[in-house]
Design a protein around this ligand. Sequence first.
Ligand code: ADP
Length: 492
Amino acid sequence: MNPSDTLSAPLLASGGRMLIGAEWREAVSGKRFPTINPATTEPLAEIAEGDAPDVDLAVQAARQAFEGPWGKMSAAERGKALWRLGDLILKHVDEIARLESLDAGKPIAETTRIDVPLTADVFHYYAGAATKLEGSTIPVSGPYFNYTLREPIGVVGLIVPWNFPLLIASRKVAPALAAGNTVVLKPAEESPLTALRLGELALEAGLPPGVINVVPGFGPTAGAALVAHPGVAGIAFTGETSTGQLIMQNGARTLKKVSLELGGKSANIVLDDADLEAASRAAMMAIFYNKGEVCTAGSRLLVAKGAREPLLEKVIERAAKLVQGDTLDPKTRLGPQISQAQVERIERYVAAGKKEGARLVLGGERAKVGDGRGYFWKPTIFDGVRNDMTIAREEIFGPVLSVIEVESFDDAIARANESMYGLAAAIWTSDVKKAHRAARALQAGTVWINTYNLYDAASPYGGTKASGFGRETGMAGLDFYTQTKSVWVDLG
Ligand code: ADP
């Protein structure tokens, strides 16, 4: 019996197999692993479990495509292929959104309106970028003509997490392909479905076989094999800071180029001259959007003394109204956490918050939704948090907000920067000078002024400090996937 026959209705035409070249294959080991619906804990599908031999086949297929059809194609033709893939994603928004909602516990209202359309945007953006990758002419000394070529780096390994499975994959796949590379994509073991669907659509869009290979599997096996493979020129990774460190270490043996998008503990600063209505709405979404499983989650709310009470009251009122429920119900705003491990992690942090003297003012426990088996957690807010408490220092990756009172503008900036992370930050104020001073002073890859969590395929995104390095999206997102060659011509 084909393992996919165990599903009540197969979710993928390709039957949960992996994509290597033009072929949908079982793992060399024959193993499969289940992916579950975190809202119910029921299995959704059995997926081929890749390991080193599968990664090796995928790298070979990617290499052939790199040296063959993809490498020989003009930039304009590559761009057209990416555009077609973007169009196909848009054509299938509802179906892809459903897969993502089921697999990653994301409310359908979000996957339909945010994850999938933004994924299509990324492909459309980089479709246009393929023909804009230019070298330069350099005024060197002597009778020489010197110019540069921006070339692809080769086969790139893409390792992605489970919080925005398809969107984060697209931010790596699209620029890699626009620049002429080929890829092996390893989705997170918790959420492999949409990466496989992307593989199906890539073939339908007419991308030559081997340009996108998808090898699902676990981090320490399939992921580690990709990092160790000598045929892989670079690894673009999004995930935990500790995993990023491991990838850098393991990649060193084969001198891998690495791009790391890691964790965060982003500060959302509200000064007392801010529009508190707007700030409270954003502060609530900054932490509870995607159940706090967002790298840029505004997990530290730094509030000026005068604004703390009214702001907190409004945030609590809004958070208490968030509807938790079936991820396929359009009314649901807060889905389940991805796994039991994440729930346990949140439990540990909430216990630490209480123990270290923070005041729990909302939530703080599991939420019972349906039969109670899903990984739901109540929106949780701690007041009276100090920056040195564990819940203010470490990334929780769940719906837990720490409210920290600050004395002044300078105090707010100092507290915001007093973190090992530097992914994003925001400031709410009606003083334009303070806003722009903050934009310069905040140690973060993104700063939002009087807004939060804005992204665009055209705008660069990435971190500083322990949040990693490298930029995704925008023209800066192409840098990692290209190398500069210097060409000299004797004119004498
Ligand atoms: P989490 O622990 O929250 O799942 P990770 O950073 O571990 O976050 O996972 C992000 C991605 O990294 C996943 O695709 C996972 O399989 C992969 N991964 C985990 N460990 C390793 C590793 N040692 N080498 C390569 N990839 C890994």
